[in-house]
Design a protein around this ligand. Structure first.
Ligand code: SF4
Ligand code: SF4
Length: 444
């Protein structure tokens, strides 16, 4: 159906849309059942770009994506479960013309409606339609300057189109933000990029690291090394100051961990505590794949994280009963291993972002991509790096496996003594649900 026809189905508003309910994430009281505050919805897997690092390996729509009527029913269930904000992602949500009906339904049910886009096929008509439907903020993905962005998108001209999308959205009346992946290509021009994003009119900038799933598992040369976090966080400290001057809210994603001297400055707007609160997958967040698979986080997938089909079970049953959704609610420090098991922040952090650690080592609970950890290694004259072990399967959200090598920081000592310690990958949670896991059998 053409967007023009779907627009005709949008009811004319005779009264204002209801106010948004809260999406604030607060610590759970003793015995309190978690309810998802944020839902991230892969509205279609169809995409007009072919990003090298795409987690779900988007391109073609999934075989049996939810129909418009099913989507509208799911919106009702999200509202009934207590969700405060629904973010449409893809693929590219705008490639389904009915996305504006879903935006309107989200708003009618008192939830905040946001959308994330690469912006390649943004048109004035699409921008105006989503604003008319009630979208409250649109985040455009911009990864580096033109050459880096176009290489990562595998689409020449896509960087210019992302900036054009921001202009069209702004002119249509949307509030716009940007999001950027940090990897080996984009780390150096971060500060220069900010100076270009600011005049484009963004109110917020989310920065996240490229994680080793989907396409990025096949392009592991792009992944940051853990020892690079020392320089990265010095850069982020300067960026935080510059964002303050520019009145842009800097939002470090949960993948960008953790603690260390800049933690409060970077995260003070995200939580009252002013620091990372631990993985919220299946606690404050829920995610939907375009065929109705319900999972714990948009950045996770596969058999460890998908709880079941919405078509078969409905949302509440999966949220309350699927073990894949309940894992983070039940886990303890006994799930930690490697350096995270002995870390000062272990009880609070529990190994950081699952979408960073699980795709690297096959199992969460040991996360080398951490600022605090890099600083502690540095104090001991050491550093850590990841080394590729075995390939991915080519499925959405699949992963390669890596090992973590701890070694001397000094090149001469490194050459003389070799590794100080090696953490090999471990078994998947689907095979060994709790505990620190066992050494994985790999092809290497
Ligand atoms: S070392 Fe592990 S547990 Fe400690 S702060 Fe970093 S990610 Fe969290
Ligand atoms: S896996 Fe990472 S992004 Fe997902 S909820 Fe956990 S911390 Fe957040």
């Amino acid at each position: 159906m053409h967007l023009r026809d779907v627009r005709r189905r949008l009811p004319v508003l005779s009264e204002p849309l209801p106010p948004d309910r809260t999406r604030r994430i607060l610590p759970l009281a003793e015995g309190e059942a978690p309810t998802p505050k944020i839902a991230v919805w892969e509205f279609t897997l169809a995409c007009d770009q072919r990003c090298l690092c795409c987690g779900p390996r988007a391109g073609k729509a999934r075989a049996d994506e939810l129909t418009t009527d099913e989507c509208l029913k799911l919106v009702d269930e999200l509202a009934e479960l207590g969700v405060g904000e629904v973010t449409l992602i893809g693929g590219e949500a705008y490639l389904r013309a009915d996305f504006i009906l879903i935006i309107r339904a989200i708003r009618e049910r008192g939830m905040t409606s946001t959308l994330t886009t690469g912006g390649y096929g943004m048109t004035r008509e699409r921008a105006e339609a989503m604003v008319e439907a009630g979208v409250q903020s649109v985040s455009v993905s911009v990864d580096g300057l033109g050459p880096e962005h176009d290489r990562l998108r595998a689409r020449p001209g896509s960087w210019s189109r992302a900036f054009q999308a921001m202009r069209l959205l702004r002119e249509a009346g949307a509030k716009i933000s940007a999001n950027t992946q940090i990897n080996r290509l984009t780390i150096d021009p971060l500060e220069e990029l900010l100076e270009l994003l600011a005049p484009a009119g963004i109110h917020a900038w989310q920065v996240q690291v490229t994680v080793a799933h989907g396409g990025a598992a096949d392009h592991h040369e792009l992944l940051l090394q853990p020892y690079m976090y020392l320089d990265l966080f010095r850069t982020l400290d300067r960026i935080a100051d510059r964002c303050e001057e520019l009145k842009i809210t800097l939002t470090p994603a949960n993948s960008l961990g953790y603690f260390g001297p800049y933690a409060y400055k970077l995260r003070r707007r995200q939580s009252r505590a002013g620091h990372y609160l631990g993985c919220q997958a299946g606690i404050a967040g829920v995610a939907i794949e375009s065929d109705g698979a319900i999972k714990n986080c948009p950045s996770l997938g596969g058999r460890n994280n998908v709880g079941g089909s919405w078509r078969e079970h409905g949302l509440r049953a999966i949220w309350e009963r699927a073990p894949e959704l309940g894992y983070m609610r039940k886990r303890t420090e006994a799930e930690l291993w490697g350096y995270c098991a002995e870390c000062y922040y272990a009880e609070l952090c529990k190994g950081g972002c699952t979408s960073v650690s699980e795709p690297l080592l096959g199992r969460p609970g040991n996360n080398p991509m951490c600022h605090h950890r890099a600083l502690e290694m540095d104090k001991l004259g050491l550093r850590e790096r990841i080394e590729w072990v075995s390939p991915s399967s080519g499925e959405p959200f699949d992963n390669s496996l890596f090992r973590v090598i701890r070694e001397h920081r000094d090149p001469k000592l490194r050459a003389e003594h070799g590794p100080v310690q090696i953490d090999e990958p471990r078994t998947a949670r689907a095979d060994e649900p709790f505990g620190p896991g066992s050494p994985a059998v790999t092809d290497a």
